[in-house]
Every structure is written in C-alpha cells, then in structure tokens.
Design a protein around this ligand. Sequence first.
Ligand code: FES
Ligand code: MG
Length: 587
Amino acid sequence: TEPPSRAIPVDRSAAHTGRRSFDHWFGEKDRNGFIHRSWMRAQGFSDEVFDGRPVIGICNTWSELTPCNAHLRRLAESVKRGVWQAGGFPLEFPVMSLGETMLRPTAMLFRNLLSMDVEESLRGNPIDGAVLLTGCDKTTPGSIMGAASVDLPTLVVTGGPMLNGKFRGCDIGSGTAVWRFTQDVNAGRMTQEDYAAAESGMSRSNGHCMTMGTASTMACMAEALGLQLTGSAAIPAVDSRRYAIAQQAGQRIVQMVEEDLKPSDILTRDAFANAVRANAAIGGSTNAVIHLLAIAGRVGVKLTLDDMDEWARGVPWLVDLQPSGKYLMEDFYYAGGLPAVLREILPLLKADAITVTGRTIGENVANAERTVDTDVIRAVGNPLGSGAGTAVLKGNLAPDGAVVKQSAASERLLQHRGKALVFSSIEEYDLAVDDMDLEVDEDTVLVLQNAGPRGYPGMPEVGNMTIPRKLAEQGVDDMVRISDARMSGTAYGTVVLHVAPEAAVGGPLALVRTGDWIELDVPGRTLHLDVSEEELAKRRADWQPATVPSDRGWAKLYVNHVTQANEGCDLDFLVGRSGSAVARQSH
Ligand code: FES
Ligand code: MG
C-alpha cells in the first residue's frame, strides 16, 4: 500500500500576491491550480515552491550546435543556486539557439525567431522574472528583444569568452585569425599544414569568440545598457569567477522581482547612449548598431543612425583588442574589463542610468579598479584614436544610411574615389575572386548587391569580401568594399556595410554598374555615386527585383516583414512591447 502522504497542503486561502506565477498558476484553488501544481510535482518539488515565491525562468540558449553556448547548462546550475538562496523558485527552459558558425544561410535570419520564442515562452509560462543565458552573437540581442517585449524583470548572464587562442607561441583571435590566415594561404605566405594546425589552437576552451567580435561586443552592450551585473562581460567562460557571478545574478533577479525593476525602467534613451559610447571606446562590432536599434524598437525608445553617429563622435578608442587592435578578451578581463573602460569615459556617460544592480551605472563603476594594463585598456589621455567608432554615412548611394567601422579601416582609404566593380551576388564574387585576369586594382571599389535583409535573405556576414587573389599576391591587404550585407564582428578592413535601402528593394545600390565612380568620405560622412540623376532614373526604370526563393515557412514570413538595416531588421509586427498578460486559460 502507499505510504501516507506527508505533503503540506497549499494554503488556498492566501490572498492574491500580485505575483503572476501565483495569482494565475500556482495559487489557484480550482481545477486549473490542481493541474498547474500536480504536473510540476512530477519533478519532485516540495510544497514550498508553490507558496507565492518569485518564479525565475532561466531562459537557456544552450545547444551543442552552438559551441559558444555549450557550457550554459552548467552555468544555469550556478544561477539556480543563487535563486534558491534568495528564496526564489528557478525553472530552466530551452529556447532556440543560434550558432554563428553552423547555421545557414546565416544566424541573423533567425534572430527575430529566437526573440519570438523567448517572448512567448516568458509570457505563456508562470514566470515572474527571467535570467537570459546567452553567448554567441545573435543569442544575446535575440533574447533581450523578446524579454524587452514582455517586460518582466530580466537579467542577462552571458557565457563569457574562450581563453585566448594559441598557435606557435602566439596568441590568435577567433575569426580574425581565420580571415588573416586564409588571406596568407591565398597569397602563398602560409602552408596548408600550418593552416590546419591553427584550427585546434584557436578554439581551445568553452566560450564565445575571444576577439572583440559581435559576441564580446554584445556582452559589453548588455553590461553598458545596464542589463547584466557589473564586471560580467569579460570574465572567461572557464574562469570560476564567471560561475560565481552567475550565482550572484540568481540572487539578484529575485530581488529585482520584489522591486519590480523591469527592462522598461532600464532601457531608456540614456542607456542606449551609454551603450553606443561604450561601443566606440571598446572598438566594438558594427553589428551592435543593428541590434541596439532592434532592442530600442521593442521598448519604444526612438533611436536613429544619426543619434548613434553623434553619440560615438569624439569618444576615445581605448581598448586595443582584435580585430581593430592587438589583444584578446582574456587580456581585457585581466586589465579590468568593461568597468575600467566605463570609469575612464564616465564623464561622457549618462551616469544616472539605472541598472540591474538597482544602482546607477555611475555608482556601479565609480570605484571600479583603474586599468591595470594601460596597453590593453588605454587611459583617456592616451587613446588609440579619437572618434574611431562606427560612422554613419549618407549620400545618394545610401539615402537611409550605411556604416563603416573606423577603427578597423585603413587610414589611407577613409577618403577615397574609385571605380566600381559590381557583383550581384556573393556567389558571383566567389567565382571571380581567384581570377588572375580580373580587371581590378587596389583603387577599385568592390560593390556587392543583394546581400541585405530581404535579398539574401537574412543579411549575412559577407561584406568583408576577400581581397582578389591577383591583388593579395601583390601584397594588397585592404580595399574599399561596399554592400548591403553585414560583416563578422571579428573582421576588419575599409568595409562599408548595411547600405539602406538594400538592393533587393530597389535601393540605389541596385543601380550601380561596373565602371561607375564612387566617392567615400568617412570624415565627411558621405557615400556618393557619381552618376547623374537622369542616368539613375533610366536605370531605375529598367530595374527588375530579383525573385527571392522563400515561398514558405519562416523565410517567407521574414522576407515579407523584415525592416531595413537602419531600423534594426526586426519584423515590422514585432516592434513594440506587448506585456506579460495572458487573457485566457489553457484548460
Ligand atoms: Fe559564436 Fe563567434 S561564433 S561567438
Ligand atoms: Mg559573427
């Protein structure tokens, strides 16, 4: 016979707590309450978990197909410890994961799908507050976008970078080394054997890319926006201090639920100004521009490319990390990480912006340790450059804007006039890149069309087109390249990206022809196609939109609703906040 039940009956007379998990799920007295509790009991939880304590959803982008996030289940255990410690009830759940190196045609195509997964999972479940476990490029912005739309108290815990890559006694950086070594192999400067040997030394621990690529940039953006605990962004994935701070995050999210400190309280226009300035100081990824625009759209903060250009101007570039500079994320952490940078640029920040700590960003970093390695993190008086952040260009070739990362560009090409060599797809370029008869010289401007959000679809990271073999062998290592694509945060060069409107919707980029003159003036912020209005009008009349092969499923929905790069590439119907209320019962 069954042993007598020792269960303590739930106090069904408890008044409403104002806590959604209790009022609408676990505290219900009727049949639905039975259902909500009974099935949770199958996991062996004792009665106390239903007493109205904050339920913390741990939203996990773990996946073995996203190697950068492969350790996040272990990290979740640390968050759970903290939640239990603080009297909360942690429940971990999976959401779609996006692995930058695996997913085709590009992880960016699915960022908004991940955001929808996060949004609906948080809203539809008995959750009072969320911890977002992220790492690889798109997992951080995608998760934040979804959580921002629901607007429950939310705290981000990124997975941390890999240890520095090692090859033949040197440090090598994720992605950046791949671009460089591939160019070296093409130019005959590196053997296939060495190329193969570099592979295993580059990625030698758990974690995301350890250059200042998009993943490290977005981890820093999460911290600068005020969404992750001070000092979190740079801790290596395998450093025990990452696990300790994850436990603290678990404790803090329970308090945040008590305080009702929500993303809409944190993600103000000031928070975005801080993020943009921090991005200029760290030499961060161009992809941050698109992701910040999309996040702002979710919380109803009006943010434009012009704001971002203005905010980044004059910010000293302080962090000497690849791909713009020399060092890697381990060095950055040991030198003081983001708090040391934010302390340096504090006079340029909106110091009163509130953060997940419950304090302002100014209070968080006022007493941060100063940089302990002034080679890696420069002092404000000795920057690597000034106003080297992502610049926004406008002109008849990009009426709605384009971007270029100044710190990753060549000084000599920042003002350049050259003849266009146009490719209508990246595949067409791939066929031409090794052609020794290609009509190209170092002043040529390589133009790539149809790689934008709708055209590809998904706006892949192909904007940093490999230098044509003919020129690479002559030692040419940079050229002006212009496209409606993105580039990897780990890439470098004088690469003009995110041209809007894109070619596939009939933007002027679609009208450029080989032999046209193009003028780039980064200090003047212009991108000009030197072709008369009459001629452009003629070409426009002849222009035929390419058919996009997306007749079903997600790609169809995406192509029909994605906004342009200057608006963040969100789906038009996802912009805005929808809150956490669910009107109807499931049974
Ligand atoms: Fe995942 Fe770079 S590939 S962070
Ligand atoms: Mg990337």
